[in-house]
Design a protein around this ligand. Structure first.
Ligand code: HEM
Length: 460
């Protein structure tokens, strides 16, 4: 087993390398991969960090050896300072209980109930943001549009609340500022105590208050209604908050604080990644008219037959385009790390206790061993008759016990929004064929604004 050539010499305690990773984590990891191949080991501030670029190794960490790894404690503390103690920021028994209590709210069965709420959000936001008459077109900032629509989806499904434009605008300003601040804090050598006047603290507190007030108003109103005996007849008809409040039994429940903290998480996690996925999907469709026209045939036929949203969400080419967009532009690439709880060996590399291991999704999704011409957009890779994708080679939602709780939710939501856009609009990238460069803004976002013109189709 060779470890010799995988260790990167990082002078000055690795600080220049840390700076390079912070400035551009995607490019930095790609450079490490070119230097080292499947495994890159480096030391930053006396800490061993190992990048595993091979999907088999990443699956070993996340799935087979999940018990031998944990989330990095300082990362959890940073996230906790933003969101409190929820299913993302806890470990061990606390996490297990929260995950178990939240899972029913995100089961495939529940999705059917949420689809009507999602479709209402789509109709509402498209009506506000895009032209209503056939032949009319508007050029819009794609990420602002996808953020508006996915935020309305999460507010309707979490709280049965139809949001206004102003409300989602304010919340997205707060979320962007908080995402940037959390990415900054991740690279600090120390996690400052909550009271310490660290850079950005005053702004962070102000934006957090905006979000907490928004979330708390919904939770308080619901608790009050329930206190007055006006409970839903059947929580199975309700929203995510109803499911959370009804979850559990005498032995295990979510406390009111836990309900609030998980709402903070689900609100943020629930739209930012989906918005990112949709932004890149729209960009790719706007630059691949031949795929768009095939997709139009599939979607128009589905809507001609019936208006069964569940069937729309399962359309093969539609889903293949969405998966392929998430392969090339994985919405959640940052901070996908674990810490080893004991000494062990992963794919021939010795991993010592305390080592930080990194799962570099961006590079995994571009591995030529598994994806021929990895940079090219080819939804055929994900069609049902294509050879199956090897396990671990494609994991936009993670893997193992801590895989994304919202995977079904996001998949259905993205499919419904995408189908609606295909059915009603033709897309054209304002700046020609070149999509903006991506950058890691917690979620993967366009570095410069992505402008696309939406032309309302003639009614099919
Ligand atoms: C395209 C959209 C999405 C992507 C790509 C995505 C990706 C991910 C990934 C990679 C993880 C695992 C991180 C790790 O293991 O370190 C994760 C966890 C999580 N996601 Fe998502 N996510 C998406 C949408 C959503 C939505 C819509 C929700 C909720 C409504 C959600 C809720 C969560 C939660 C609660 C966790 C933590 C699970 C745990 O630690 O047990 N996500 N997501």
């Amino acid at each position: 087993m060779s470890h010799h050539s995988n260790v990167i010499k990082a002078p000055f305690l690795g600080l220049p390398l840390l700076k390079a990773i912070q400035a551009d984590p995607l490019a930095a990891a790609t450079r490490l991969q070119h230097q080292c191949g499947d495994v890159a080991e480096l030391d930053i501030l006396f800490r061993r960090i190992v990048y595993f670029f091979a999907p088999e190794a990443v699956r070993k960490i996340l799935v087979d050896h999940h018990d031998d790894f944990e989330r990095e404690a300082r990362l959890l503390r940073i996230f906790e300072s933003f969101q409190g103690r929820n299913v993302l920021t806890t470990e061990g028994a606390d996490w297990e209980r929260q995950r178990r209590l939240l899972t029913p709210a995100f089961s495939p069965k529940r999705m059917c109930g949420y689809m009507a709420l999602m479709q209402a959000a789509i109709d509402h936001c498209v009506g506000q943001e895009l032209p209503a008459d056939s032949g009319q077109s508007t050029s819009i900032d794609v990420d602002a549009f996808t953020t508006r629509i996915t935020m309305d989806v999460i507010l309707r499904t979490l709280f049965s609340h139809a949001s206004s434009r102003e409300e989602t605008r304010q919340a997205s300003v707060a979320i962007r500022a908080l995402s940037r601040q959390s990415m900054r804090e991740v690279y600090w050598a120390l996690v400052p105590p909550a009271w310490f006047p660290y850079p950005g603290r005053a702004e962070k507190m102000r934006h957090l208050k905006t979000l907490r007030d928004l979330i708390a108003a919904h939770v308080d109103a619901r608790l009050q209604r329930r206190g007055e005996g006006q409970t839903e007849a059947d929580p199975a008809d309700g929203d995510v908050l109803d499911m959370m409040l009804a979850a559990g039994d005498a032995t295990a429940r979510l406390s009111t604080q836990e309900v609030l903290d998980n709402c903070m998480l689900l609100f943020g996690a629930g739209f930012d990644t989906s918005a990112s996925a949709l932004t890149w999907w729209i960009g790719l469709m706007a630059t691949h008219p031949e795929v768009m026209s095939e997709l139009r045939t599939e979607v128009d036929a589905a809507f001609a037959d019936n208006l069964d949203l569940a069937a729309v969400a399962r359309l093969p080419l539609l889903n293949a385009t969405i998966k392929e967009a998430m392969r090339i532009y994985p919405p959640s690439t940052a901070l996908f790390t674990r810490v080893a709880k004991r000494h062990l060996e992963i794919a021939g590399t010795a991993v010592r206790k305390g080592t930080l291991v990194v799962a570099p999704i961006w590079q995994m999704h571009r591995n030529e061993r598994y994806f021929a011409n990895p940079e090219s957009f080819d939804p055929g890779r994900f069609l049902p008759d294509a050879p199956p994708i090897p396990r671990g080679a494609f994991m936009p939602f993670g893997a193992g016990p801590r895989f994304c709780l919202g995977q079904q939710f996001a998949s259905v939501e993205i499919a419904l929004i995408a189908a609606h856009l295909v059915r009603h609009f033709e897309l054209d990238l304002a700046s020609g064929d070149e999509l903006p460069q991506p950058f890691v803004d917690l979620a993967l976002k366009p570095k410069t604004p992505m402008k696309v013109s939406f032309l309302r189709r003639n009614r099919a």
